[in-house]
Design a protein around this ligand. Structure first.
Ligand SMILES: NC(=O)c1ccc[n+]([C@@H]2O[C@H](COP(=O)([O-])OP(=O)(O)OC[C@H]3O[C@@H](n4cnc5c(N)ncnc54)[C@H](OP(=O)(O)O)[C@@H]3O)[C@@H](O)[C@H]2O)c1
Length: 231
């Protein structure tokens, strides 16, 4: 069965995302984590840009090594961590110190654009990966969600940004619930990542309607809004 997908984000009141630009208390980030935990998800997922801050810089192909051959398909490392930290990194750009992020086991989502040497690097580091997309670098998100359910036992998946990632999930019709912590700040800078960014979207119509289900006041001056996409 397809995992239940929750998009959990903390946008400014003008829908922008770069929290490092905002003068907000730590309590706001704590509220974000606290409300995320209420979903008891087995995995959380972010795009490559958001995950750069947890990575160990960029991966570089080892100099002087002969070409490597790696068996096709997904690879699942033995793991002790209960929860998964899933990263959309189609071409294999990020390097990692360990096979975990904040105690959660890494799963890298790649496409056939990732070099065999990168797959071999992930295996050496005991980092699981899923190959879901062709050489053009477009990730098949429906396949990713399905395989997280089938191969990793994920029943609830939190999609936690940034905007290109949430936009791609919403455009693919994969989001069951939207969970927003409206953060009391007006960002105001044109061009900042926003809540749902879709690349190559030239439609004159909005991406999706939503049905707002509830709004309630929580800590740090935030409001927690829950909604569902509706077509
Ligand atoms: N306020 C919040 O709640 C919140 C939450 C998360 C992040 N953020 C902020 O959001 C900002 C980043 O947002 P962003 O939109 O620029 O980046 P992002 O969504 O974090 O990452 C985008 C990248 O992920 C990969 N990707 C995403 N969807 C893909 C798809 N369908 N197919 C293939 N690759 C895909 C691509 O990597 P490649 O370019 O390598 O192909 C793409 O460029 C950061 O400033 C971060 O701090 C805020």
């Amino acid at each position: 069965m397809k995992p239940y997908v929750i998009c959990h984000m903390m946008p400014s009141i003008d829908g922008r995302l770069r929290t490092d630009r905002w003068n907000i208390p730590d309590a706001a980030h704590e509220e974000y984590d606290r409300t995320a935990d209420t979903y008891r998800a087995q995995a959380w997922l972010c795009g490559r840009v958001t995950m750069e801050e947890f990575a160990n810089g960029r991966w570089r192909r080892p100099a002087g090594r002969r070409s490597v051959r790696v068996e096709k398909g997904d690879w699942i490392a033995p793991r002790s961590a209960r929860r998964l930290a899933v990263v959309l990194d189609s071409a294999g750009k990020l390097a990692w110190k360990k096979n975990e992020v904040e105690g959660d086991a890494l799963v890298i989502v790649l496409t056939e654009a990732a070099p065999a040497a990168y797959l071999s690097y992930l295996r050496d580091k005991e980092i699981s990966y899923v190959v879901a997309g062709r050489r053009d670098g477009e990730i098949n998100l429906a396949a990713v969600v399905r395989r997280l359910g089938e191969k990793f036992g994920v029943k609830r998946l939190l999609v936690e940004g940034g905007g290109k990632t949430t936009g791609a999930f919403l455009a693919a019709g994969l989001i069951d619930e939207i969970s927003l912590l409206l953060t009391p700040v007006a960002d105001g800078r044109i061009g900042e990542p926003s809540l749902f960014d879709t690349e190559g979207n030239h439609s004159s119509k909005a991406l999706s309607n939503v049905r707002i289900q509830s709004v309630r006041k929580i800590g740090a001056g935030m409001f927690w809004l829950k909604a569902r996409p509706s077509r």
